[in-house]
Ligand binder design. Structure first.
Ligand SMILES: NC(=O)c1ccc[n+]([C@@H]2O[C@H](COP(=O)([O-])OP(=O)(O)OC[C@H]3O[C@@H](n4cnc5c(N)ncnc54)[C@H](OP(=O)(O)O)[C@@H]3O)[C@@H](O)[C@H]2O)c1
Length: 496
C-alpha cells in the first residue's frame, strides 16, 4: 500500500454490475486503487442488475474478475471483495430504488463513508435518464458528503439526443457532479500532451501556424467489429470514435495554455478550442471527409458478412478527415484525423509535422529536384508503445555534405508502463477525488456533436460505394488522396 495515498471514502452504487465492462475493467481498477491505498477501509460497492445474486455470489464474481492481478499481500483479494454487496434491481421499476436507498444508508454507516455517494452507470445508454430521474425522485442522494455520477459512453447519437439526455441528468445532478467517461482521456500519453506542450518552451513556442505545417491523429484498430457488430452497425466509426475520442485529443492539441492546471481552467480552454473548430457546410463536409468499409481479404470476412450486420449495410468502419480551426494560432493548419477497423495494425499516434526551413541551403543547385531536408516531425506514441520521438535533420557521417533524418526518442520502459494506471483506474480515482480534468464537459460534447451532425446528415442521404478497402491496409485510397490534394501525405504509411 502506498502510505502517501489519500484514502477516498464513498459508497459506490454500480448499475450494470454483472456487465462486461464491470467484469473486465471496473473491478480490476478498484482493486488496484485498493492495493495503492486510495481505497482502504471506508468504501463499499453496491452492485445492481436484474440477475439474482447473494452478496457472497457477487463477491465471488468480483474475485474471479480480479484473479489476474497479483496480490501484494496474502488474502488481499478476499479482503477487498468483502467491500462488495449486491441487490437485484430493475432500473425501470421505481419501487426498487427504495430498497437500494436503504442498503446504501446501511453501508454508509457500516463503512463510515461520511455520506459520500458515487453512482456509476455502466449500462445501455437508454437507461441513463431513467436512473438519474429515480435517484432524485426516490431520494437516493445524500445531504452530507458528495453525490457524483459517472456515466459511460455513448453520450447521445447526435446533438438533439445528447441534449435530451443532458437535460434529464441535469434535473438530478449539476454539471460539476457529472463525470462523463471518455477512456482515451485516461491514457498516459494523451495526458502527456499537456506536459509536453506546456512544460517545454522548445515545443510550445513553436506550437502554432508559423511553424507547424499540419497535425495528424491516427487511431488504428486491427480487429473488426467482432461481437459488437449489432451495436456498431447502428453507430459507425464517426459516432463511435470521431465524436468523442478524436475530438478530445484534437481539443488538447489545439487548446491555448490554461491559466492553471486545474480542471476548471483546462475545460475553459478545451471548450474555446472546440468553439473555433470550423463547422462545415455540406459541400465542405463532402470534400473534407472520407468514409470506408472493409471488404473481405487477408483471410477475413467482409464487414457486411459479420453476424448482426445488414448485407447492404452503409455503416462506415473507417473515417478520415481534414479539420480546420479558425483562430489566430491555427488558421491555415490542417488537422488530419483517421480511424478505422481492420487496418494494418493496432496503434494510436499523433504526428506533428513542422514546416521546412524557408531556404534549403544544402540543396544542390545543379539538380533542381534535389530535396535534402525532411520536415521535423514530433510523434507522440499513445499506444501500444508510449513515448515520443522528434525527427530532426542531421549531417550524414562521412565525406561530402548530405543530410539525413535522425530520431530523438523516448519510450516508456516496461517498469514505467507497469506503474502507469490503466485508464479506468485513473478515471475512477479522479471521480472519487472530484477532479474533472480527464472527463468531457457538456459544452465539449455539444460542440463535438454539432460538428459531427453535419457529416452524419450528409452521409445518411448519400449512398456510399462500399466496401472500399481491404483488411490489413490503411483504409481506402481516398484517405491518401485527401492529403495528396494538399501536397501532403500521412506520416505513418505502409511500407515506409
Ligand atoms: N464493454 C466494454 O468494453 C465497454 C467499453 C466502453 C464503454 N462501454 C459502455 O459501458 C456500458 C456498459 O457496457 P457493457 O458492455 O458492460 O454492457 P452489458 O455487458 O450489456 O451489461 C449491461 C448491464 O446492465 C444490466 N441491465 C440490463 N437491463 C437492466 C435493467 N432493466 N435493470 C437493471 N440492470 C439491467 C445487465 O444485467 P442484467 O441483464 O442481469 O439486468 C448488465 O449488468 C455501456 O454504456 C457501454 O456503451 C462498454
Amino acid at each position: 500500500m502506498n502510505i502517501l495515498a489519500t484514502e477516498n471514502k464513498a459508497v459506490i452504487t454500480l448499475f450494470g454490475a454483472t456487465g462486461d465492462l464491470a467484469k473486465r475493467k471496473l473491478y480490476t481498477a478498484l482493486f488496484k486503487l485498493y492495493q495503492k491505498g486510495y481505497l482502504q477501509d471506508h468504501f463499499a460497492l453496491l452492485g445492481t442488475s436484474r440477475h439474482p445474486y447473494t452478496d457472497e455470489e457477487f463477491q465471488q464474481v468480483v474475485r474471479d474478475s480480479i484473479k489476474d492481478v497479483e496480490e501484494t499481500r496474502k488474502g488481499e483479494a478476499a479482503d477487498f471483495s468483502k467491500h462488495f454487496f449486491y441487490k437485484s434491481h430493475d432500473v425501470t421499476k421505481p419501487e426498487h430504488y427504495t430498497i437500494l436507498k436503504k442498503r446504501i444508508e446501511e453501508l454508509d454507516k457500516q463503512f463510515g463513508t461520511e455520506g459520500n455517494r458515487l453512482f456509476y452507470m455502466s449500462m445501455a445508454p437508454q437507461f441513463f435518464g431513467t436512473i438519474a430521474m429515480n435517484l432524485k425522485k426516490q431520494d437516493l442522494l445524500s445531504d452530507e458528503g458528495f453525490n457524483r455520477l459517472v456515466i459511460e459512453k455513448p453520450f447521445g447519437r447526435d446533438f438533439d439526443s445528447a441534449k435530451k439526455l443532458n437535460d434529464e441528468l441535469s434535473k438530478t445532478f449539476d454539471e460539476n457532479q457529472i463525470f462523463r467517461i471518455d477512456h482515451y482521456l485516461g491514457k498516459e500519453m494523451v495526458q502527456n500532451i499537456q506536459a509536453l506542450r506546456f512544460g517545454n518552451t522548445i515545443i510550445e513556442s513553436l506550437w502554432n501556424n508559423r511553424y507547424i505545417d499540419n497535425i495528424q491523429v491516427t487511431l488504428s484498430e486491427k480487429l473488426g467489429v467482432e461481437e459488437r457488430a449489432g451495436y456498431y452497425d447502428n453507430s459507425g466509426a464517426l459516432r463511435d470514435m470521431v465524436q468523442n475520442h478524436i475530438m478530445q485529443i484534437v481539443a488538447q492539441l489545439a487548446m491555448e495554455q490554461p491559466v492553471s492546471f486545474t480542471d476548471t481552467d483546462v475545460r475553459v480552454e478545451k471548450i474555446k478550442a472546440l468553439r473555433s473548430l470550423r463547422v462545415y457546410t455540406p459541400s465542405e463536409a463532402a470534400a473534407n471527409f472520407v468514409r470506408g468499409q472493409y471488404d473481405a481479404g487477408n483471410g477475413t470476412e467482409a464487414y457486411r458478412d459479420a453476424d448482426g450486420v445488414a448485407p447492404d449495410s452503409g455503416t462506415e468502419t473507417f473515417v478520415a478527415a481534414k479539420l480546420m480551426f479558425d483562430n489566430y494560432r491555427w488558421s491555415g493548419v490542417p488537422f488530419y484525423v483517421r480511424t478505422g477497423k481492420k487496418l494494418a495494425d493496432k496503434f494510436t499516434r499523433i504526428d506533428v509535422v513542422f514546416k521546412k526551413p524557408l531556404i534549403d541551403i544544402f540543396a544542390d543547385p545543379r539538380h533542381e529536384s534535389d530535396q535534402t531536408l525532411n520536415s521535423n516531425v514530433l510523434t507522440i506514441f499513445v499506444e501500444p508503445k508510449s513515448g515520443f520521438a522528434m525527427q530532426l535533420n542531421a549531417k550524414r557521417a562521412g565525406q561530402g555534405f548530405t543530410t539525413q533524418p535522425v530520431d530523438l526518442k523516448y519510450l516508456q520502459s516496461d517498469t514505467d508502463k507497469k506503474e502507469s494506471p490503466e485508464p479506468y483506474e485513473r478515471l475512477f480515482h479522479d471521480a472519487l477525488e472530484g477532479n474533472h480534468t480527464n472527463f468531457a464537459s457538456w459544452a465539449e460534447i455539444a460542440y463535438a456533436w454539432k460538428f459531427v451532425d453535419v457529416i452524419r446528415k450528409l452521409w445518411d442521404i448519400e449512398k456510399p460505394q462500399f466496401p472500399n478497402y481491404v483488411p490489413g491496409s490503411m483504409g481506402p485510397a481516398a484517405s491518401d488522396e485527401l492529403l495528396a490534394r494538399d501536397g501532403r501525405q500521412w506520416v505513418y504509411r505502409l511500407n515506409h
